[in-house]
Structure formats: C-alpha cells, structure tokens
Design a protein around this ligand. Structure first.
Ligand code: UDP
Length: 312
C-alpha cells in the first residue's frame, strides 16, 4: 500500500486528510511543528499506521524509506495567525514548500500542495476561475500569506516543469468543521464560540462581504480525487454556495439557540469583499462537487465546539 507524508498533519485539514488516507489503507507519516497544530487532533490516530515527526519543514526534512505521495499542508491559515506569525507564514510557504518539493523529488513521489483562494486577493472577477490571476496587495497584512502561497504555486510549477515532479495544486476556499481552533479568529469558529458562550458576535464591517463555506469532508474528498488525477494545473475546491457574513452570523446564532447580539467591528485591511469558487474544473476533471449543506455542516461543527468547550 502507498506510503504518504502529510506536512501540517496536526492541523485542522491535515488531520482530516491523514485520517482519510489511513482509511484508504495508506501508511501515513505526519510532520508538524505544532505552531498552530494540536496533538489532540491526531491523538486518535496513535494506534493506526501513523507515524508522527515533530519538525519545522522550513528546515531540511529527513524521512527514511520509500514515499509515494507528499501532501504539503503546513501553514498558519487564519488572518489572525498571519498578523501574529508573519515571518513563519512567509517561511513555510516559501522555504518550507521548497524543502517539501525536494523531499518529493528525492523520493520520486507525487506532490500535492495546499494553495488558497487568497491567491485571488480581493477579486475583481466573480466567481473566481483558476485562470484569474488575482488582485493581491503584496505589502498588506494578508500579503504574507497570499504571496507565500503564490510563491509556493510558482515553485511547484517550476519543480514540475524543470524536474518533472508530478505536482498538484489545490486552491482551497473557506472551509470549516470539527478541529478548527475555537479562537483561531476565523468567522465560523469565532461566531460559534461567541454564540455558545452567550457573548456578542463580532461581525467585521457591515457584514455584506461574502464567502462560500465548504464542509471539511467535502474538501478532503476533492483533495483525494485531485491526488490521483492526471492534471498538474491548479484546481479550485470549495462550495459555490455564497453567503454574506451577516447571514452566517445569524445562522450560527439560530443553530446554537443563543441570545447573542451581533456587534459590528472595523473591517480588517484588505478583507476581500466577495469570494465564490467557480468549480467547473473540479466538476469536469474530478467529477467532484460538495454534498454537505451549510446548515448540516454547521450543526455538526456546533456539536464539536460544544464538546471542546466542556473539556477546556
Ligand atoms: N469575520 C467577522 N468576524 C469575525 C471573524 C471574521 O466578521 O470574528 C469576517 C472577516 O472580516 C471576513 C469573513 O468573516 O470578511 C471571513 O473571515 P475569515 O477570517 O473566516 O476568513 P477569510 O475568508 O477572510 O480568509
């Protein structure tokens, strides 16, 4: 059976991905420096064919033995994290991606990297197709993530074209679900932890900005399909159902059954006004589309947050 390295394995997406690969029969080597990851996310994988290496992938990576797939998921991923960890965010997307590509090349492994809808910046094209080059402010607070991921895509394509590595790029749109950090600052966990605690729910700006939220199991399904596909071009994976942030705040309050009020806070700098993936490429090449309805996914996530609040 295949042996697969997952960087960022203790993170939100990395842990779900590792688990899904184990379910497919892969032997998984998880790497994480635990900067934003959490061992609790992978504690239940201990008795499976899962090895964990605590390591920062911006430094040279050593993995013994054969490797068939390398999935590069290590990176801070919330706007609050970029503000607190700007240099680490830039380093893991650039130096880290270079090292992880080097590992894939040395092992003759297939490489898949986590890119992001942030490569489109504050988009002037809507919905966003993979052919859109984006509207990114390189020197703004989000630039550390956006430009690192754009560099990561460029480096990935260079390894594909120059070294012949079989590479895949997944552009991940807003995703939510269990194992997000309660206070990672992103909209869904922020609104849920506030609503569950009966605190004010903080909508930034006037709440008319939009996002399109994909449930974690749909995302993982898309990534696994891309991993075994023939394409080397970037593919958007996300849910095209677009909502305003005010709407998502109201939905979370209703589903939690909370008495929380909405309060409006200043909009962070360069906050994209709209975001929705065009998933024609994923539909055509991967025969993929999301299945989980927003309210269903939010309810499953609320259950997780309730449990987490009890134990913290
Ligand atoms: N947002 C908000 N209140 C919060 C956290 C986020 O209104 O407590 C807004 C944020 O300004 C953005 C949207 O929700 O417009 C999604 O933010 P998130 O940090 O989840 O991800 P982004 O899509 O901006 O990377």
């Amino acid at each position: 059976m295949p042996r697969t390295v997952v960087t960022g394995a203790a993170g939100f997406i990395g842990s779900h991905l590792s688990e899904a690969l184990l379910d497919l029969g892969h032997s998984v080597v998880g790497i994480d420096n635990l900067l934003t990851g959490d061992m609790d996310n992978i504690a239940h994988l201990r008795d499976r064919d899962f090895a964990f290496i605590r390591h920062d992938v911006t430094r040279y990576i050593e993995v013994d033995g054969p490797v068939d797939f390398v999935l590069h998921w290590a990176s801070p991923a919330s706007p609050i994290d970029y503000l607190e960890l700007p240099i680490q965010t830039l380093k893991v997307g650039s130096l880290g991606t270079h090292n992880v590509l080097g590992l894939a090349k040395a092992k003759h492994a297939r490489f898949v990297t986590a890119s992001t809808s942030e490569v489109y910046g504050d988009p002037l094209e809507h919905p966003q197709k993979e052919t859109y080059w984006g509207n990114v402010n390189p020197i703004g607070p989000r630039g550390v993530y956006d430009e690192a991921k754009r560099f990561a895509e460029a480096m990935t394509m260079a390894y594909h074209r120059y070294h012949g590595v079989d590479t895949k790029i997944v552009r991940i749109f807003n995703t939510y679900g269990p194992r997000m950090r309660l206070r990672d600052g992103r909209a869904v966990p922020a609104f849920m932890s506030q609503a569950l605690a009966g605190e004010d729910v903080t909508v930034f700006g006037n709440g008319t900005q939009t996002r399109s939220f994909c449930y974690i199991s749909d995302l993982v399904d898309g990534i696994l399909r891309l991993m075994v596909s023939d394409t080397n071009d970037p593919v958007n994976i996300g849910n095209p159902y677009e909502v305003t942030i005010e709407e998502i705040a109201r939905t979370v309050i209703r589903l939690v059954g909370s008495k929380s009020r909405i309060v409006y806070k200043p909009l962070p700098e360069d906050d994209p006004k709209q975001r929705r993936p065009d998933i024609t490429r994923a539909r055509t090449l991967l025969h993929w589309e999301p299945k989980i309805e927003l309210e269903d996914g939010l309810l499953r996530t609320v259950e997780y947050f309730k449990g987490k609040l009890k134990t913290t």
